[in-house]
Write a protein that binds this ligand. Structure first.
Ligand SMILES: [Zn+2]
Length: 737
């Protein structure tokens, strides 16, 4: 009875990828409704819902029921994970004056959920060890390795001290890690108003910035080593899994840690004596920033309940009609530190509205060609627990089936941020051209381009004007894509709007709630709708494309740029050390010294040797050639692809990202297998590209860096071989007219 329809389908089958998806994805984009997004944010954030809490489970059950109502085949998949919660938190200044920190975030009358005290987790850093320490206080700026070099030159001892670091610049878990490496016995992390408080904008509730008593909770697990349940590294924390003893876990901190508000930090900082802090170390508090140590002595005590709690991941599927064994996976976490309207409910709400709209299309008769898997992760905040355990559990299945993973997290207002695997760079640029910005009615791509031009350095500006695609950033860590991309080698994207409203000011505090979100971030939920339209469009196009829309020219271009960056990094390091050694020899440091405020000269260092980049340069050149050959083969095959051949080529494309991984992992951290992208060992969330080589150079392990050049080149060469194979498959069409 659908003869006409069948003819249309045959005709569509020979059209290029983008056009094939159009009819369905245009219809899709009309469905998401901002009011629904608002309702979901309100429901999800109505009560505190951290991992292991009653409302966390209620949200998981509610999400499950919604997926089922919309026609999805949905299940909860449970794991059991280590999750410490505070039993005791004490922080006091013992001298020269006495002060006891409040460590509390007060209820605000204007903010209706801020008083849900019995369900709120108090401010703390998860996976800090228990500890009871007393010692002199030292201010360490952001607590990065280079900050300790400065302290050393100013003669400020850290050994045996309790350090106070400010949030920002580096991921929080790095601060206690580096502090412990320098012999500190305790670590405080506070939010300075310069970074997210009144220096940035008016403080909440008058404005969106962090207020005096607001504290940033957060995990300090050593995630750059491995994320997920600390007791089951690399495998799933199922009920019967073998677990490491807590004493053998390597991702807990070495010293006790506690986060505090600037209200609690101010008396501590004011009590510091010793050298003045360098100019760029000074925050925005009304006091003179000094380094210590002096007579300021601090007592810190923290103790935790080391409980095992359930993680509830909601996993929902729409079975594919043609390639049901190929999965397009999309996820956002549902757990929060407290109410979490922005982080994560705003992103979760968009995902739910996509799921409703996809269900609507199915009711209208559409079936995706590939299987679509939607996930609502639990336990993200503690260390990507739910997504990591799920990926580890389903590793074999994902190796065969996973085409791509698309992640979102808290959503905000403004410009589309796109990051991820560069084989998807061209694809996501195309998607962004077809979604309308709610405020300007321009394509969201155009707004993202405008931002790149307005804020970019000259070279980036020129490129944003002239390059066909906007460059997408590489992924480090900080949300649930890590296990997919960096462990399992699945091409991944992370998407979200932001940049137009200051949204860090309530991050991980009790004030990230519905009142805040609907007052300061996205009052009409228009950007929640735009995110649903963007991600849903991407999912539909990936699910329905005949030949997968992976493109390798942009990957090759990116790898070339990384190689140039590494060469420049080495050169800069050599030049800097050469110049510094010369200044030491010339006596510049002693001549510049202010005897009243002495600074020690740095030590003479060996200049980095030349490294042989040739293997990587050659592999990058081969990748550019193979990408070009593959693109021409795709163009030449248009309209002539058989189902069989499509399947064969797609199988190769799916394996493409896996080829960039190595089962033995990165040096010293085998969980991270991707040889192009990893979170920095000393930066945390921030990405290190070609990490083995880059960190080898940065950490002056030159022998290792050179070995890593060879290994990274091998990965790129494997990608080249695969692309050439895929091109050969497609070119076989030419031989048979
Ligand atoms: Zn989040």
């Amino acid at each position: 009875m659908h003869v006409k329809l069948a003819l249309v389908l045959v005709a569509l089958a020979v059209l290029p990828v983008a056009a094939q998806g159009d009819a369905v994805d245009v219809r899709f984009r009309a469905i998401p409704d901002a009011r629904n997004v608002g309702e979901y944010v309100k429901r999800l954030s109505a009560r505190p819902h951290h991992l292991g809490s009653p409302y966390d489970k209620q949200n998981a059950d509610w999400i499950l029921a919604k997926f089922r109502e919309w026609g999805w085949d949905a299940q909860i998949e449970r794991y059991d994970v280590l999750f410490p919660t505070p039993k005791e938190r004490t922080l006091e200044l013992l001298g020269p004056t006495r002060f006891k920190a409040s460590l509390e975030e007060p209820e605000l009358p204007v903010d209706p959920t801020s008083g849900q005290k019995s369900e709120q987790l108090p401010p703390y850093n998860a996976y800090s060890i228990d500890g009871d320490v007393t010692g002199p206080l030292v201010y360490v700026n952001y607590g990065r390795p280079e900050d300790y070099d400065e302290l050393e030159r100013r003669g400020v001892p850290v050994k045996g001290a309790i350090v106070i670091a400010r949030y920002a610049q580096t991921w929080r878990g790095i601060k206690p890690k580096v502090a412990a490496e320098h012999g500190a016995i305790g670590c405080l992390i506070y939010s300075d108003p310069r970074d997210d408080g009144y220096f940035v904008d008016q403080a909440f509730p008058a404005g969106p910035s962090r207020s005096k008593d607001s504290v940033q909770r957060g995990s300090v697990m050593d995630m750059p080593l491995y994320p997920g349940d600390p007791q089951t590294p690399g495998y799933a924390s199922t009920a019967d899994a073998k677990r490491l003893a807590i004493a053998d876990v390597k991702t807990l901190t070495k010293i006790p840690v506690l986060p505090i508000s600037w209200g609690d930090a101010q008396p501590l900082l004011a009590a510091l004596t010793g050298p003045l802090a360098p100019t760029d170390w000074r925050g925005a508090l009304p006091l003179t920033y000094r380094l210590g140590p002096g007579s300021a002595r601090v007592h810190l005590k923290v103790a935790f309940n080391w409980d095992r709690v359930p993680v509830y991941n909601v996993i929902a599927k729409l079975a594919g009609s043609t390639y049901s064994g190929e999965w397009i996976i999309r996820g956002n976490h549902h757990d929060a530190w407290v109410n979490g309207a922005q982080d994560p409910s705003s992103g979760m709400a968009s995902e739910l509205e996509e799921a409703r709209a996809l269900g609507e299309l199915v009711k209208q008769g559409w079936r995706p060609k590939r299987t679509i898997v939607y996930a609502a992760w639990d336990g993200e905040e503690q260390g990507l627990l739910g997504s990591t355990e799920w990926v580890e559990h389903h590793a074999a299945e994902l190796r065969d089936k996973a085409v791509a993973y698309i992640n979102t997290d808290g959503n905000s207002r403004g410009f589309l941020g796109m990051s991820g695997s560069h084989v998807l760079e061209q694809f996501i640029n195309r998607v962004a051209r077809d979604v309308e910005d709610p405020e300007t009615r321009l394509p969201v791509w155009k707004r993202a381009q405008a931002r790149a031009i307005a804020t970019g350095a000259p070279a980036a500006r020129t490129e944003a004007r002239s390059r066909a695609d906007l460059r997408i950033a590489a992924l480090g860590s900080g949300s649930d894509y890590s296990a997919f991309l960096q462990h399992a080698g699945i091409a991944s994207l992370n998407l979200g709007f932001g940049g137009q409203s200051q949204s860090d000011g309530v991050y991980h505090s009790i004030y990230d709630d519905f009142y805040y979100y609907s007052t300061f971030i996205d009052p009409d939920f228009a950007y929640g709708r735009a995110l649903a339209q963007t991600v849903g469009t991407a999912v539909i196009r990936l699910a329905d494309a005949e030949l997968l829309p992976f493109e390798f020219g942009n990957l090759a271009d990116t790898v070339q740029s990384y190689v140039r960056e590494l060469q420049a990094l080495l050169r800069t390091q050599q030049d800097d050390v050469r110049e510094r050694n010369r200044q030491i020899e010339e006596g510049i440091f002693s001549a510049m010294n202010n005897p009243g405020r002495p600074i020690k000269p740095p030590l003479v260092e060996a200049i980095a040797p030349a490294l042989n980049f040739a293997p990587l340069e050659n592999a990058a050149v081969s990748l550019t050639a193979a990408a070009d050959r593959y693109r021409r083969a795709v163009d030449g095959s248009r309209g002539r692809l058989t189902a069989d051949l499509t399947k064969r080529v797609n199988a190769k494309l799916i394996a493409g990202e896996r080829r960039l991984t190595d089962a033995s992992g990165l040096p010293g951290r085998e969980w991270y297998r991707h040889l192009l992208y990893a979170p920095g060992f000393y930066t945390g969330y921030a990405v290190k590209t070609i990490p083995g080589v880059r960190e080898g150079i940065e950490q002056k392990q030159y022998v290792e860096a050179e070995a890593e050049i060879v290994r990274a080149a091998g990965a790129v060469q494997r990608e080249v071989d695969l692309l050439n194979d895929a091109a050969t498959d497609l070119e076989s069409l030419k031989a048979t007219p």
